[in-house]
Design a protein around this ligand. Structure first.
Ligand code: F6P
Length: 318
């Protein structure tokens, strides 16, 4: 291994910079020349690939976003796009690639592995929906951002005695909504993995009211349906004044938490360590605080974990 390329792809996540930093510095420590690929697979196709040195990753561990920039490349999904990417990998004589991102990024990695490119994947997405890792880089920061926002919403919800529906990101996963809802003591949490009927939701709100509750916080995962429609139904059926807050992309920004910085540093370093030991075409992750690696194609089922947290949230809220 003489030259390793690193890219970030898909939605950015706080802590990606810490991962880039660890990859670059560990490479240099082991006399490998790291190359930064800008804008994910788009930059790979365009050959936007540059040498990186120790100084390039100085003063970034605390910064959100990604210094390498990111993209969701449609062109890379085509055989022509992949051919162009392959050409650039050979042109720059890259011996391996480190790809930092979520599921989409891993699909791209698999396409390159099929063409014989050695790859290591590092899980980074606020959604926490990547197989075989307890946590993805960025999830903890996004969770804390959400909790801070909802704590602020609670002040005004209490003052005005309103029912608030707060939509959080997560694509098809309820992981963010579930943990955020637990952390703020939400009255109800709606996630795509475990549907709650309107009847049950309204019953829960009404039973709270009958015990003297004046306001309610309902955390809704974006994959669980339209938060605006939901608010209208609650307003009509339960005769409650409702408000909707969609937290949106605020959840993706901000300085990474200490947890995400450490996780990113560990996973970044581990990915290079594995390559140095001749292990490649694996994704790295952390399970029960241990670093692990596994095949990109390996399937994982975290439905039990989601189900347990969901049941707990019902038992301890309202
Ligand atoms: O995957 C991260 C994520 O923030 C999801 O939670 C969300 O559904 C999506 O990306 C939004 O993507 P974009 O920034 O492209 O609108």
């Amino acid at each position: 291994m003489k030259r390793i390329g690193v890219l970030t792809s898909g939605g950015d996540a706080p802590g990606m910079n810490a991962a880039i930093r660890a990859v670059v510095r560990k490479c240099i420590y082991h006399d490998i020349q790291p190359y930064g690929i800008s804008c994910g697979y788009s930059g790979l196709i365009d050959g936007d690939i540059n040498e990186m040195n120790v100084g390039d990753v100085g003063d970034i561990i605390h910064k959100g976003g990604t210094i390498l920039h990111t993209a969701r490349s449609e062109e890379f999904k085509t055989p022509e796009g992949q051919k162009k990417a392959l050409f650039q990998i050979y042109r720059h004589q890259l011996d391996a690639l480190i790809v930092i991102g979520g599921d989409g990024t891993y699909c791209g990695a698999q396409a390159l592995i099929n063409q014989g490119v050695p790859i290591m994947g590092i899980p980074a997405t606020i959604d926490n929906d990547v197989a075989y890792t307890d946590f993805t880089i960025g999830f903890d920061t996004a969770l804390n951002t959400i909790v801070q926002s909802i704590d602020q919403i609670r002040d005004t919800a209490t003052s005005h005695e309103r029912t608030y529906l707060i939509e959080v990101m997560g694509r098809d996963s309820g992981a963010l909504a579930l943990r955020a809802g637990l952390a703020v003591g939400a009255e109800s949490i709606l996630i795509p993995e475990s549907r709650m009927s309107m009847v049950e939701l309204i019953d829960r709100i009404k039973s709270g009211i009958s015990r003297g509750k004046k306001h309610a916080l309902i955390v809704v995962a974006e994959g669980a349906g339209s938060v605006v429609d939901l608010a209208k139904v609650i307003n009509t059926e339960a005769n409650l004044e409702t408000r909707v807050t969609i937290l949106g992309h605020t959840q993706r920004g901000g300085s990474p938490t200490a947890f995400d910085r450490v996780l990113a540093s560990r996973l970044g370093g581990y990915s290079i360590e594995l390559l140095l030991n001749g292990i490649m075409n694996k994704a790295v992750g952390m399970r029960e605080n241990r670093l692990i690696h596994y095949d990109f194609s390996q399937e994982d089922d975290n439905s039990m974990e989601i189900e347990k947290l969901y049941s707990l949230s019902k038992e301890v809220s309202n």
